[in-house]
Design a protein. Structure first.
Length: 106
């Protein structure tokens, strides 16, 4: 799984400075972080809509759009995707219920 995401991350980093008329990555990057973040939100909503319609193919396609745009946003912040994967690895085996119960009270 990391290989696919690493390849995409490298492609995104290379394409950020490409000609915006020939590259979606360059075009969206040129529109700024707020626009990239907006696209992440839109793709997340479209993923939810597909899931609620029990549209399996749609959920796969929208999830790919969501992952792609999230990676674009992280690249814009110069956050390596490995940092996200490392955080997930760190959480491996830690129950979400137990983790939440161990949080300090507000
Ligand atoms: N994985 C993707 C990928 N997934 C989705 N998209 C594009 O993301 C866009 C999202 O579609 P929308 O209809 O939501 O977007 P839109 O209509 O352009 O947006 P709005 O103006 O309506 O906000 C479409 O243009 C899709 O083609 C992607 N574009 C590129 N990639 C990868 O990025 C690489 C570099 O792409 P370029 O930078 O275009 O060369 C490609 O080789 C792929 O590997």
């Amino acid at each position: 799984m990391r290989a696919t995401l690493h390849t995409l991350e490298q492609t995104i980093r290379q394409r950020r400075s490409a000609d915006p008329s020939a590259s979606y990555v360059a075009k969206l990057t040129a529109r700024g972080r707020a626009k990239i973040a907006q696209k992440v939100g839109e793709e997340a909503v479209e993923t939810v809509i597909a899931a609620m319609a029990d549209d399996r193919d749609g959920a796969i396609s929208e999830s790919a759009d969501l992952m792609f745009h999230l990676m674009l946003l992280l690249a814009d912040m110069d956050v390596p995707f490995d940092a996200v994967l490392d955080e997930l690895d760190r959480r491996e085996g830690v129950s979400g219920i137990a983790e939440k119960a161990a949080r300090p009270a507000d």
